[in-house]
Design a protein around this ligand. Structure first.
Ligand SMILES: NC(=O)c1ccc[n+]([C@@H]2O[C@H](COP(=O)([O-])OP(=O)(O)OC[C@H]3O[C@@H](n4cnc5c(N)ncnc54)[C@H](O)[C@@H]3O)[C@@H](O)[C@H]2O)c1
Length: 362
């Protein structure tokens, strides 16, 4: 049976989520909410659902809601996530939150703890690996075709340069040196962790080009990160926000190499290439036939609906709150490394996994 959903926050991304829910057979969108009345009313009319102007009201008048989907933004694209997500979980609702979980790691830790306390699903829209190429790549790993992991090279960000640059006027980003790191690194870190597991060590160099300095734009927009994974393989992440044009592999490429084979995903949703380490080493290219990054949204949302509907163990929820917290802990380690001139930093440990007594078997 379709799950009853209410959405909080209805600008660009909230409208996108509303569209996804309205087309998904696992979802029954019943209400939308925005503190700006016109936005809530317009979206409610479009989808023929009820409009609310405060989450408290929506929770009061929609007691049967199964899921609250939090698509608010805020400073550094994350300061408005904590309050509605905590409110929703306190009311016992399964909650999906846009990334980053918060722009404050302390708040993010509380959100994960709240989900555990209330025994509800907390998911995050870490949509970048809900793609056909990522599924094919995972299959290579599960089939043993990659072998023991050796290295991971990831490049993700925004392709541009000084000719097209104009300083931001958005109050969400203006004046925040860490806005790119906090708002964006959740994506590449979650992708790396999805394929290679937990990160134990982080070391980073962070910078911004001359054209930003001359415009007194404080955003640290280029970041070069070296990591070590718990399985002892090594990784490198380069992310930049419109400082330069990306070359090979495009705006999003991930190369994961093991002792038996290597894969590289290009442009997120487009294609994956596999090179077997054994001879003859002919590469196998699998194109998805898709080029629209926007398709990652319905795919990720559908996975959340599936997991909640199937009642999977909380720790098995795909792209769960703890996964999103891991990405933030690594981001905070990047900032600490930068502030210490490139020092080696061990990310704050994640909360332990206790398992669900109802699903833990002998
Ligand atoms: N996953 C992705 O690929 C991806 C891509 C882009 C943006 N995002 C994320 O999506 C989120 C939303 O982005 P956006 O650009 O639509 O944000 P936005 O700030 O433009 O819009 C947020 C909306 O939420 C409303 N709002 C804020 N707090 C509220 C509250 N407590 N109750 C009700 N309404 C409230 C605001 O009035 C506004 O209409 C951000 O966190 C951003 O990081 C994710």
């Amino acid at each position: 049976m379709a799950l009853k959903v209410g959405i909080v926050g209805l600008r660009g991304i909230g409208s996108n989520h509303a569209e996804c829910h309205s087309k998904d057979p696992l979802s029954n969108l019943v209400a939308v909410c925005d503190v700006v009345k016109e936005r809530a009313d317009a979206e409610a009319q479009k989808h023929n659902v009820r409009a609310y102007y405060s989450l408290a009201d929506m929770l009061k008048h929609e007691p049967d809601l199964d899921i609250v989907d939090v698509t608010t933004g805020g400073f550094e694209n994350g300061s408005w996530h904590y309050e509605p997500a905590m409110q929703a979980m306190e009311a016992g609702k399964h909650t999906l939150v846009e990334k980053p979980l918060s722009n404050d790691v302390g708040e993010a830790r509380q959100m994960v703890a709240k989900a555990a306390e209330k025994n509800v699903y907390l998911g995050c829209n870490l949509n970048h690996y809900f793609t056909p190429p990522a599924e094919t790549a995972k299959q290579y790993m599960d089939n043993g075709q990659i072998g023991e992991l050796v290295y991971c090279l990831h490049k993700m960000g925004f392709s541009a340069g000084e000719e097209t640059y104009s300083p931001t006027t958005s109050s969400r980003f203006k004046g925040f040196p860490y806005a790119h790191l906090k708002a964006f690194l959740s994506h590449p870190f979650s992708v790396m962790r999805h394929f290679c597991g937990d990160v134990t060590h982080v070391q980073a160099f962070v910078n911004r080009p001359g054209f930003r300095r001359r415009a007194e734009d404080v955003m640290l927009s280029t970041v070069s990160i070296h990591v070590r994974f718990a399985n002892d393989s090594v990784g490198y992440l380069l992310s930049q926000r419109g400082d330069a044009a990306y070359g090979l592999g495009g705006w999003w490429s991930l190369e994961v190499a093991g002792t038996k084979g290597t894969f590289c995903i290009e442009n997120c949703i487009e294609k994956v290439t596999f090179w077997p380490a054994a001879k003859p080493a002919e590469p196998v290219v699998t194109s998805s036939g898709l080029t629209d990054f926007g398709l990652t949204f319905p795919r990720r949302i559908h996975a959340f609906l599936e997991d909640v509907g199937n009642g999977v163990p909380k720790e098995s929820l795909r792209a769960n709150g703890r996964d999103a917290l891991a990405a933030l802990e690594y981001t905070w380690a990047v900032m600490e490394s930068y502030e210490q001139g490139g020092a080696l930093v061990r990310p704050h440990p994640l909360p332990p996994l206790h398992g669900d007594p109802a699903t833990l078997l002998e």
